[in-house]
Design a protein around this ligand. Structure first.
Ligand SMILES: Cc1cc2nc3c(=O)[nH]c(=O)nc-3n(C[C@H](O)[C@H](O)[C@H](O)COP(=O)(O)OP(=O)(O)OC[C@H]3O[C@@H](n4cnc5c(N)ncnc54)[C@H](O)[C@@H]3O)c2cc1C
Length: 493
């Protein structure tokens, strides 16, 4: 279609990128971005952009990506627990200040001929346009006012998004135990003098530390929490303070919508869907949506058909990432329960938490970490065998094909291995010396079963065997090294 006028609601990464790509593809179309904030002010600190995202942005708009890369900062990734550190090299992961990213996107949008209007909050109904792209973020008022079949799932854990005025050497995941409980940081450098410093914790720790009642400064930042956390992470912060920007404790909201369009309005980015911050994909999803929406508008005659094409193209990728993000969120929310693992095994657990990185692929890129983890798991010197999965399965005490006499069978299909249903299963297994966790043969069920098994090991203290089909032996092997199971049983379905 060739819209005469397109209004973009929201000048975040998704809205600005969609506006530029649309103006480049359809120069005759009038494209206006309406942003409620000032041009220079934004929330947050840095965002991360991984290699796959950069490849997609390169294909869509090499000029913009060049400037994003120039403003970004590459870093490796480290996990640190109890003073021990594991490092994973990553040549293509960059952190970039959200302000810098928006500056690049604003400049490129204007260069293409997009009009940017700042400083007034608008609604879709206000806007005279053939198409309204609602890129108005996670709290989208457009989404709330329309018929999109919205569902919001709120995470159990709490997090604060802070910054620090120095560049860390690498991205750091670090856990600190305090008298109140464990705080974990996800931190990474994004400028020569800046790092993102996100801190998360569980509700019990948050309450025990007295954070329930915020102590807000003039900017709306919970200054008392920042001071407290700066002391907790003093070693990692090298004496720097934590910086806020309207920063207060939040629970992550995962947004899902049954439909992404309603009449002439189409949702994009966080307005349509969110994915937990621990997979660092919100900006990526918003910018990839922009690419697909602009292509669909060019390929179809009518708005409804273009929106349907856009949604059909994007929904599978978005839902796949939301499922990875859900597993990742659950892993981080339960993180304190596994800090007893040696740091390399913890890194394997992290990399395999959502079933997205096979153990043998991780071994090929990080042989030092995986070699150490395999050695720790089997009680031998570090080793990277040719067939990692086969080797791991050989090390585990063999589980009998049939039931051990003393085994209690757990055959529970739960959605959330740390939710109330799973709590009841774990409580019901208290006192069992050996447990066999069985269930459906599909991969999603097996990954959840491994998570439940990990809880049974840690909380019920049982020796836990997990059953799974032979074709998912890679997941079972990763589960053994990660401490999710003591034994596995390959059972053909
Ligand atoms: C703690 C945390 C860490 C994150 N880390 C990462 C990361 O490492 N990598 C990553 O890719 N993503 C990360 N994200 C996610 C990322 O910030 C968002 O997913 C991304 O900004 C979404 O882009 P967007 O354009 O859809 O929406 P936003 O960036 O939220 O932009 C929406 C814009 O719309 C404007 N707006 C809203 N309503 C109106 C209105 N009525 N009128 C006019 N303007 C309006 C807002 O002011 C805002 O500027 C993180 C998020 C959080 C919370």
């Amino acid at each position: 279609m060739q819209p005469r006028r397109v209004a973009v609601l929201g000048g975040g990464p998704g809205g600005l990128y969609a506006a530029r790509l649309l103006k480049l593809a359809q120069p005759a179309c009038e494209v206006v971005v309406h942003e409620q904030g000032d041009r220079e002010t934004t929330f947050g600190f840095g965002v991360g952009l991984a290699a796959g995202t950069q490849r997609k942005l390169e294909a869509a708009d090499a000029d913009t990506l060049r400037d994003i890369r120039a403003a970004g900062r590459r870093h490796d990734m480290t996990m640190e627990v109890g003073g021990a550190v594991a490092r994973v090299r990553n040549d293509h992961l960059i952190g970039i200040a959200r302000t810098e990213l928006l500056d690049v996107l604003q400049r490129h949008a204007e260069k293409a001929g997009v009009q940017l209007e700042y400083g007034s909050r608008r609604t879709a109904d206000d806007l005279d346009a053939d198409v309204v792209v609602a890129a108005d973020g996670v709290g989208s008022a457009t989404r709330e006012a329309g018929e999109f079949g919205t569902r919001v799932e709120t995470g159990r854990g709490l997090y604060l998004w802070c910054g620090a005025a120095f560049a860390l050497d690498d991205a750091v995941f670090a856990a600190v135990d305090t008298g109140h409980g464990t705080f974990v940081t996800h931190a990474y450098p994004y400028a020569p003098d800046r790092s993102t410093f996100l801190v998360e914790t569980d509700e019990a720790t948050w309450r025990a530390a007295g954070f329930e009642t915020p102590d807000l400064d003039a900017d709306g930042t919970d200054a008392r929490s920042l001071d407290h956390l700066a002391a907790v992470f003093a070693g990692h912060l090298r004496g720097h303070a934590l910086i806020g920007n309207r920063t207060r404790w939040t629970r992550f909201r995962t947004v899902r919508c049954d439909r992404w369009s309603d009449g002439r309005v189409v949702l994009l980015g966080d307005a349509a869907h969110t994915a937990h911050f621990s997979i660092g994909s919100g900006t990526k999803l918003a910018m990839e949506d922009a690419i697909a929406l602009v292509a669909a508008l060019g390929e179809e005659e009518a708005a409804a058909a273009a929106f349907a094409r856009y949604e059909a193209e994007r929904r599978p990728a978005v839902e796949r990432l939301q499922e990875l993000a859900r597993r990742s969120r659950l892993w981080w929310e339960s993180f304190p329960s596994r800090t007893h693992l040696p740091v390399e095994r913890l890194m394997v657990s992290y990399m395999t938490r959502a079933g997205n990185v096979p153990l043998d692929r991780f071994a090929a890129t990080s042989p030092d970490v995986v070699g150490a983890a395999l050695g720790q798991y089997a009680g031998v010197a570090p080793v990277v065998p040719g067939d990692v999965t086969g080797w791991v399965l050989e090390q585990a005490a063999p589980a009998p094909g049939g039931l051990d006499v003393a085994e209690t069978v757990v055959d529970a299909v739960v959605d959330d291995p740390w939710g109330p249903e799973a709590d009841a299963v774990v409580a019901g297994s208290a006192g069992a010396a050996a447990v066999r966790v069985v269930g459906p043969p599909d991969r999603s069920a097996l990954l959840t079963r491994l998570d439940l098994a990990e809880r049974l090991r840690l909380e019920a203290g049982a020796v836990v065997t997990v059953e799974g089909p032979p074709e998912l032996r890679d997941d079972l092997a990763a589960g053994l090294v990660s401490g999710r199971a003591d034994r596995v049983a390959l059972v053909a379905s």
